[in-house]
Design a protein around this ligand. Structure first.
Ligand code: FES
Length: 197
């Protein structure tokens, strides 16, 4: 009789263990499937973003978001471009050798078309958002300030091509994302496609 009871309990335990194992596999499989199948939102976040620059005035800046990060487009004036050449000795990486940008942006203007700067608005130190300080000789930044971007978190400075100054915490220039022009009035961020016009 005792043997029969034990047999019954053993069968019950075996059945329970098998069921638990099956449920465990089912729960384990769901996150795995969810992790490799990109959601519509994830696809949207990674998709190229088109910017209308037709109303962007010389000296002004547009801000958009791409892949959850701020992207700035600055339409530089001739005076802003001239200021770029003045301060190479003040910069940590004037040739952008140590910085992140597509090959077509490894030049002094860090741009496909010098008139338009396209950079991520994320400080390369710890990720704060720098502030645009375009005015030459800004009252707070001193008479030698050529115009650029200032990070209020720990004082990093960048010129009007996003190139970092020497002696500040940020180690590299602001990152340039992949982008291309579509005609003369649109920029597509997130695509390296050939320039259409
Ligand atoms: S995060 Fe910009 S200087 Fe530290």
């Amino acid at each position: 009789m005792a043997e029969q009871v034990d047999q019954g309990r053993r069968q019950l335990l075996t059945a329970a263990t098998t069921l638990t194992g099956a449920v465990g596999v089912a729960f384990a499989a769901v996150p795995f499937l969810a992790s490799w199948k990109p959601s519509a939102r994830a696809r949207a976040l990674g998709a190229p973003v088109e910017i209308d620059i037709s109303k962007l005035e010389p000296g002004a800046m547009l801000k958009i978001e791409w892949r959850g990060k701020p992207v700035w487009v600055v339409r530089r004036t001739p005076a802003m471009l001239e200021a770029l050449g003045a301060g190479d000795s003040l910069l940590a990486d004037p040739g952008s050798e140590q910085s992140r940008q597509p090959d077509y942006a490894r030049n002094p203007a860090r741009a496909r078309n010098p008139e338009y700067l396209v950079v991520l608005g994320v400080c390369t130190h710890l990720g704060c958002a720098p502030i645009s300080r375009f005015e030459h000789g800004d009252a707070e930044l001193g008479p030698d300030w050529p115009g650029g971007f200032y990070c209020p978190c720990h004082g990093s400075k960048f010129d009007l091509a996003g190139r970092v100054w020497r002696g500040v915490p940020a180690p590299t220039n602001l990152e340039v994302p992949p982008y291309t022009f579509a005609g003369t009035e649109r920029i597509i961020v997130g695509s390296d496609g050939e320039r259409a016009g």
